[in-house]
Design a protein around this ligand. Sequence first.
Ligand code: GLU
Length: 428
Amino acid sequence: MEKSSYNPFTNAQAQFDKVASFIGLDEATCDLLRQPLKEHHVLIPVCMDDGKMKIFKGFRVLHNDARGPAKGGIRFHPQETADTVRALAMWMTWKCAVVDIPLGGGKGGVICDPHNLSEREQERLCRGWVRQLSKEMGPYIDAPAPDVMTTAKHMLWMLDEFETIHGGRYPGFITGKPVGMGGSTGRTEATGFGAIYVLREALKDLQIKLEETSLSVQGFGNVAQYAAKMFTELGGKVVAVACWDNEDKVSYTYQKKEGLSMNMLLEITDSFGCINKKKAAAAGCKILPGEEWIEQDVDILMPAALENQITAKNVNKISKQVKVLLEGANGPTTTDADDIIKERGIFLLPDFLANAGGVTCSYFEQVQSNLNYYWEKEEVLEKLDTKMTSAYRAVYDLAKKKNLYMRDAAYVIAINRVAQAVKMRGWA
Ligand code: GLU
């Protein structure tokens, strides 16, 4: 991730301000929506395996809960900052609103690198984060979920700690739990699959056959893995995947022009989405510098790693062949790069629409957890497809009708919904 002076919260606010003035939002609503309602900064003491105590820093930000309890992931990342969490919480509000689920936006983070923590240390960290925030979160207040470098296993430890503190069973407290332990079938696949449902619809509108397209994806964590899997199953060709190499501490792009086999790649990928370089080379992948994922001659580019990846510096490296930018990550494109994407006429599937499949399925998971009655995977995925498809349709139709950029159209829908809820509650 490029550090420089980039601030994702400033980016999120700039996106909001532009659309707020376009739709003529009043001052009080603007003031309320351009910053978080609440935020918590905590210190988490963890007893490490060597017996020494280490203090970690964590956050939970609730951006807005006018439409329902806040919802959003918890990230483990060494470069986590309060402003990153603020931006991500804000994007969660728009995400839930654009797919029209009755939830607000929240996000959490802990500054840590789980690669360097043992299983037990990770467990203590998860429990410690919940302990510090157990009064601020809950199934009807704010419910976490997996995100960057957190998994179903972490969610269950967090749930167990929450239930121990509150003395009961509250499976709706957290989503992304293991299936059989309160998790929903399809949740693991949901974000990646959801992105491809949206892409499928967009390609129909662009009159492009998915089975004739190629994709380059940045990241190979949960989102990228399932998106790439479904994309290849539908007949598309994944020619490049970029990801972090934890041994060399750099990222690489793994390329195969005739198409990468997802089964082969998944077999040589660890639980944090790092591909084994030696095994990839042995399997015939060309190994290029990490940043080259963006320069590939493909039809679709999918940033599915972190924020701030497509910037003024590299946006001009995007090949002329690229027709669609599918944002799997949250906030991957900076405002200045966004202007160029728009100018070039690359069709954008904006992050908070394209990656809303995860939280949509989390909503289904909460419903199932609260009822203690679980649906078959087919039913979950069908409901997910319906939600994602109709959200895409609404954004596309508005963009067409008002001649808006897809990101702006998605914002108009989301901000209007949240603004209406805020007004109806008498908050602005
Ligand atoms: N972390 C995911 C996101 O950014 C999912 C959030 C959730 O399921 O609550 O959308």
